[in-house]
Design a protein around this ligand. Structure first.
Ligand code: AHR
Length: 538
């Protein structure tokens, strides 16, 4: 980066010159400076790697074509799973993948997806447009896929149209020893060793597509599933109860009151198991242009006003998480129960002619929403111990997009790649003093940040600049650390709606930021407009 002073319209304005796109220099006006205080001397909790988890539903081309092409495909694959997608997902260290849904999960019967492919039923995906469901990708294929990308299992069992018995039998099939009848069946289908199933979701959106239940009805269902759904080998299954949609605090209150303890009101002499019944309680929160589920806004060719409205919605994540956490704190002050944001992401209206259901183009705005959301999750690492981007491939805010044999990584993928250094690191609390970015009626903090220290003592600071046109000068004070060196990489693009395109060079490849300086306990740098930056501090 080179800085220049320019005179614009008679007034002196600080401008920064950036190298963007294919080496084109563009000048950026600067916002007022932001100040960060990193409490390196007051480390917080561990950032669970699972905060960087993913969600893949049998929807559109999320699984079929996106992951599964079949062993006979001309697209390079390993046992039917495409190699390019596996390589891209390994690169960002995906820790866990939630499957098979989503709304699909509460209509899924696991037996349809085992055994010889020729004998599997040709089903109908009732959750998503009655599309044919070939059942080619079932339990074995999912587990193989997880092995290939190095991720853990998170299965959602069917509560809406299934039964406790069906869920119990699926768990036995996956985790029982090969000497047992369910284990022998698994062995006969090609996998003798039990699989590890560390995370089990008990239904999905049971207040909506998963059964239209009241909180009271779901609590009763959940308690029954808890008694019967377990792993028969490997780690104890961590059960995740269906949590709230967005700001439904009443649901959280009722779940914590009714579904957390073995017996909420034991008599003084009665037995009570003090371990919570649930390992986690979920939360679903999506970013639209504004707050209307039925008008999510354009995915491409959007305005600066749309940009601001979408970022304002994404920024609400902080308040929503804080309020759900505060309710959980009253019932669970030791924070034993995790908040699991197992569906989040930028969900806009698909363009006419989109190649499959909920397929979205990927733009600069997605990168900024990803960085902003992940900063918020990191900062709430005391309560959030898993989050799952919706959805990993070809659906909503994807990490990768495919078109036949072609694959591209999205701007969101680049952010996950930059942020992977936070996985398993220790949170460093950051105070942020930043001017407002104002757009019409929308007012937002210009800069968002989170930081962590890894096992080797290296501090990583992620900074998002929400301002679409102005660079953000940053001065950071490192309490309890004397910096010896700093470098930074940034993801940005020429326009707010620059999109990733097949057959075009990737405009989002991160580039090194120049002008990053550390002296003693002070770091200074200027991050470009509409950018996500990772600073490495030694
Ligand atoms: O991610 C798409 C859908 O959004 C999921 O199937 C459902 O759980 C949510 O409403």
């Amino acid at each position: 980066m080179r800085k220049a002073w320019r005179v614009l319209g008679g007034a002196t304005t600080v401008l920064a010159l950036w190298t963007v796109g294919a080496g084109v220099a563009a000048a950026q006006e600067q916002a007022a400076p932001s100040t960060l205080l990193l409490h390196v001397d007051q480390p917080g909790p561990r950032i669970a790697p699972e905060i960087y988890g993913q969600f893949a539903e049998q929807l559109g081309r999320g699984i079929y074509e996106g992951i599964w092409v079949g062993p006979d495909s001309s697209i390079p694959n390993t046992r039917g799973i495409r190699k390019d997608v596996v390589a891209a997902l390994r690169e960002v260290k995906v820790p866990a993948v939630r499957w098979p849904g989503g709304c699909f999960a509460d209509g899924y019967h696991w037996r349809d997806g085992i055994g010889p492919y020729g004998k599997r039923p040709r089903g109908i995906n009732a959750a998503w447009g009655n599309e044919p469901d070939r059942n080619a990708f079932g339990t074995h294929e999912y587990m193989d896929f997880l092995d290939q990308i190095g991720a853990q299992a998170f299965v959602s069992v069917n509560v809406g149209s299934g039964s406790v018995r069906e869920a119990d039998e699926w768990m036995r099939y996956m985790t029982a020893p090969p000497e047992s009848t369910p284990g022998a069946e698994r062995k006969a289908n090609g996998h003798a060793a039990p699989w590890s199933v560390p995370y089990v979701g008990i239904g999905n959106e049971s207040w909506g597509c998963g059964g239209n239940m009241t909180a009271e009805t779901y609590v009763a269902q959940f308690r029954q599933y808890v008694s019967n759904v377990r792993s028969f080998s490997g780690p104890k299954a961590r059960l995740i109860a269906v949590g709230a949609d967005t700001d439904d605090y009443d649901w959280t209150e009722k779940l914590m009151a009714g579904a957390m303890m073995w017996r909420p009101d034991p008599t003084p002499l009665a037995y009570v198991d003090r371990n919570p019944l649930m390992w986690g309680l979920s939360l679903h929160f999506y970013t639209f242009t504004g707050n209307d589920w039925y008008a999510k806004g354009r995915n491409v060719d959007f305005t600066q006003g749309d940009w601001a409205k979408a970022l304002a919605r994404a920024n609400l994540t902080d308040e929503i998480v804080a309020r759900h956490s505060a309710i959980m704190d009253r019932y669970d002050p030791d924070k034993k129960v995790a908040l699991v944001v197992d569906e989040w992401g930028a969900w806009f209206d698909s363009e006419k002619g989109a190649p499959s259901a909920l397929y979205l183009e990927s733009t600069t705005r997605d990168a900024v929403i990803a960085g902003l959301s992940l900063n918020i999750f990191n900062r709430h690492a005391d309560r959030i111990r898993m989050a799952n981007l919706a959805q990993m491939v070809n659906v909503i805010q994807s990490l990768v997009l495919t078109r036949g044999k072609d694959m591209v990584v999205t701007p969101t993928w680049h952010v996950f790649d930059l942020y992977k250094v936070h996985q398993g690191a220790t949170l460093i609390p950051v105070d942020v003093a930043t001017p407002d970015y104002v757009e019409g009626q929308t007012r937002l903090p210009t800069v968002s940040a989170s930081a962590s220290r890894d096992a080797g003592g290296v501090v990583h600071l992620s900074i998002v600049n929400l301002d679409p046109v102005r660079a953000a000068p940053i001065r950071a004070v490192l309490a309890g650390m004397q910096g010896r060196g700093a470098s930074a990489r940034t993801v940005t693009a020429e326009r707010i709606d620059t999109r990733i395109q097949f057959d075009q060079p990737d405009p989002f490849v991160p580039r090194d930021l120049t002008g990053v300086a550390v002296s003693g306990d002070t770091l200074s740098l200027t991050v470009p407009a509409r950018s996500v930056t990772m600073v490495t501090l030694r």
